[in-house]
Design a protein around this ligand. Sequence first.
Ligand SMILES: O=C(CO)COP(=O)(O)O
Length: 269
Amino acid sequence: MATKQTGRRVLMAGNWKMNLDHREAVHLVQKLTWILQDKKHDYERVEVAVLPAFTSIRSVQTLIDGDKLHLVHGAQDISQYDKGAYTGDVSGEMLSKLGCRYVLAGHSERRQYHNEDDQLVNAKVQAAFRHGLVPILCVGEGLEVRREGRQVEHTVGQVQAALDGLKAEQVADIVIAYEPVWAIGTGEVATPDDAQEVCAAIRQAVAERYDANVADAVRVLYGGSVKAANSAGIMAQPDVDGCLVGGASLDPEEFAGICRYHELPSLPS
Ligand SMILES: O=C(CO)COP(=O)(O)O
């Protein structure tokens, strides 16, 4: 069975983006957990997280707590501020009171449509830590940068900027998701080698800035058109510790298939 031998716990996180109202969210969690329960899914080996819209988090929390489900939940964004007159923002404290474990910071769609820059992403990562949340820091290059062959330089630069001011023990806990923008929602998945190249460079940069122990602990995910059929090939890469899944996480069978990647042959994507 092709499970990881790295000592890092695999994480499969479903980023639902702006999809599903709170009732649909509950149905999806129910279906997903039934499928995984049926397969006797080992959540210790492969952690499963869902990241609903803010409006669905409370319903998902109630279901998870009520039914003592093993999957965890999180949010797609966090305010860099802690409290006060910031209309429309949602604070880290509010999210942690809703039982969130994870929160995305710097997703490319936030960078693109809400002009979030590296400095703001850094502030959001710090806000997550202030409230006991684990940030999933999203980084990745656009098509132009990829064509110029500067994907490593660009992505590592984003990581470096987002880690400013963090302590080594915080960085050891962080999750970094490499999501090449050209592969998001396009069906254009990066090859396993493309994913490995950048994920390894991210880990290397963490080793150089902190130390080998921190680099060994940090989890690096790949995201961008992940499906059950290409997940095993991506997960076979030594520096890929999981996947951040968009579209395919809205389909419980498909997402369960990704969580069960080790049962699938690692076909080239
Ligand atoms: O942006 C993503 C996850 O955060 C990836 O989205 P898709 O899986 O739909 O390409």
